[in-house]
Design a protein around this ligand. Structure first.
Ligand code: PCA
Length: 217
């Protein structure tokens, strides 16, 4: 009987908000099937829709039985890989999702706790990324749109088990930024390398480092 190689689940999202691509999925796809610290990377593209995104995520977790889950989304306007610290129990959509839904001040999970912290060692991930020359930050909010919805739903789904999970936002790609003059960007190549480092760190570090990454606003 041969033991199956453990897996990590890495998700991206479909395009949204008038963009014709989502570099979160482009980057994630490029790690499909790769081996990172003895784990095979399983990938899934989630719909940008409040209900369907979490259904797809739960299904992907059931299918791949991962040791660790990392969800990736795009945050156009941010300048660095954003390691999200906290998911909150709020859906408040500034723009409709891809199915036209626009919840306002609704909980992600009725009667769920106000928030969950990331289950990943975000400070160690930050240090590893910076050491590799990849711009990164700890983010204190994942917003209140579909990414926060998925992050909160992920942490809720994993709350009683051994599987760890977290969320990373990425900037525009250079071609997207060319259509948003002045907006910062990171190449998909750099994002792919950053995600590889983030996953390798998350898989090996159990006790996070204690380094400052707070913000005043
Ligand atoms: N970013 C959006 C949803 C999908 C994505 O890639 C967000 O930040 O909520």
């Amino acid at each position: 009987m041969s033991a199956r190689k453990p897996t990590v689940l890495l998700t991206g999202f479909a395009p949204f908000g008038g963009e014709d691509s989502n570099p979160a999925w482009e980057a994630v796809q490029r790690l499909a099937g790769k081996s990172i610290r003895g784990h095979r990377v399983v990938t899934r593209c989630l719909p940008v829709a409040f209900g369907a995104s979490l259904q797809a995520l739960r299904q992907a977790i059931a299918d791949s039985e991962p040791a660790l889950v990392l969800c990736i989304g795009q945050a156009g306007g941010r300048a660095q890989l954003s390691l999200e610290r906290i998911a909150i129990n709020v859906d408040d959509a500034r723009i409709p999702d891809n199915e036209g839904a626009r919840p306002i001040d609704e909980p992600v999970i009725a009667d769920g706790p106000a928030a969950y912290f990331s289950g990943l060692p975000i400070k160690a991930m930050l240090a590893a990324l910076r050491a590799a020359g990849i711009p990164a930050e700890v983010s204190q909010t994942a917003g209140t749109y579909v990414c926060n919805h998925v992050f909160y739903g992920l942490m809720h789904a994993l709350r009683d088990g051994p599987v760890r999970g977290g969320f990373v936002h990425i900037p525009y790609s250079p071609d997207q930024a060319a259509r948003h003059p002045g907006a910062p960007s990171l190449s998909v190549d750099t994002v792919v390398e950053g995600l590889r480092i983030a996953l390798a760190t998350a898989l090996t570090v159990r006790v996070d480092q204690r380094i400052a990454a707070g913000s005043e606003h």
